[in-house]
Design a binder for this molecule. Structure first.
Ligand SMILES: NC(=O)c1ccc[n+]([C@@H]2O[C@H](COP(=O)([O-])OP(=O)(O)OC[C@H]3O[C@@H](n4cnc5c(N)ncnc54)[C@H](OP(=O)(O)O)[C@@H]3O)[C@@H](O)[C@H]2O)c1
Length: 311
């Protein structure tokens, strides 16, 4: 099989597509022949070495990849050969560096969910990490229908899932999006779309809509501490990256998220994507040979949707 390997920490040039022996069937695991995966911001941070402290046992070369979309190879653990699945590979928790950027992966059955037949591989690959992060973030934030929820980065993958899920649950969503993405975000069921702005002006704009502050904020764009000014006293604030979550003020509950595999949640989320109830966006689809190019394009910014790698 081919695997896109990180040979040392550094720029996208450290990525190499190499031939490796096919992994053998293994007790406790489901072998998945991959069809598509996504390049996520965290892949770029790991490749650069920014997250090395999280995986002390990692050695070179290693393989990135959080999103599984593929076909089961053997009858095992309730899955059948040929079955279409998606899954979240908990790369940082596993710490072994044998992620989904390879043609065959060993997956714990608890990471996987059946994939509805109508969904294309590329679309399916955009679902696991992003939608589970959004789902679990909203669950951590709590709150009730009718509350006001601010979502930054709402034109991004995680933010747009969060905006859609919160709106579907009856929240009044105030979404922050880049200027040329307002039309896309408006169509996600949100009540207000605010243009991305420097934090002080953004907080002022939010306070015009919610004078006492929003009940909860999901900060997918990592605006951080200045955004707390948009949240009411005693409200909730969740950062998409726990390590940069600000200190609490005015009784606001501040937390972060670590997305975890969850078959029940993923089965529901992908069913809703397949039914057209949830929207996800693809910027481009590239063959795995172009993995380094995908990393470069991700880091250049300005993408509208996810970069998908196919096998
Ligand atoms: N904790 C976890 O388990 C977990 C899991 C998945 C993702 N994450 C994190 O969640 C974040 C979002 O990930 P993603 O995959 O959704 O990334 P993404 O698709 O690149 O989306 C990020 C979005 O935020 C926008 N943005 C950036 N800075 C902004 C600002 N100051 N104000 C408003 N919008 C801004 C970007 O707009 P432009 O494109 O115009 O710059 C983009 O639309 C990342 O930091 C990622 O690492 C965490």
């Amino acid at each position: 099989m081919r695997a896109l390997e990180v040979t040392t920490f550094g720029t996208p040039d450290v990525l190499r597509l190499l031939d490796r022996p096919d992994p053998e069937p293994r007790s406790g695991a489901v072998r998945v022949r991959m069809h598509a995966t996504v390049v996520n911001p965290v892949d770029s941070w790991i490749r650069r070495g920014t997250m090395a402290h999280r995986t002390p046992n990692l050695s070179f070369p290693f393989t990135l990849g959080f999103d599984i979309a593929g076909t089961v190879l053997d009858d095992a653990h309730g899955f059948t050969a040929g079955q279409r699945v998606i899954g979240l590979y908990p790369w940082l928790v596993e710490g072994t560096g044998k992620g989904a950027n390879a043609e065959i992966v060993h997956a714990d059955p608890r990471w996987l969910a059946p994939l509805p037949p109508s969904l294309e591989w590329a679309v399916a690959a955009t679902v696991p990490l992003n939608s589970l992060t959004a789902r679990q973030s909203l669950d951590l934030l709590g709150g009730a229908a009718g509350e006001t929820v601010l979502v930054t980065g709402a034109s991004g993958a995680v933010g747009s899932f969060a905006a859609q899920l919160a709106a579907a649950e009856g929240a009044k969503v105030v979404a922050v999006a880049s200027a040329d993405d307002e039309a896309y975000v408006s169509a996600l069921g949100v009540q207000h779309v605010l243009p991305r702005d420097e934090p002080r002006r953004l907080v002022e704009a939010v306070r015009k809509i919610a004078p006492n502050g929003v009940d909860r904020a999901f900060d997918a764009a990592l605006v951080g501490a200045p955004l707390l000014g948009a949240v009411r006293d005693g409200g909730g604030f969740l950062s998409a990256v726990e390590a940069v979550a600000p200190a609490s003020e005015r009784g606001i509950t501040v937390t972060g998220v670590h997305a975890k595999p969850n078959t029940t949640q993923l089965t529901d989320l992908v069913r809703r994507v397949a039914a057209g109830e949830l929207t996800t966006r693809i910027a481009d689809v590239l063959p795995i040979e172009h993995g380094a190019e995908a990393h470069r394009r991700l880091e250049a910014g300005g993408l509208r949707g996810k970069l998908v790698l196919t096998y």
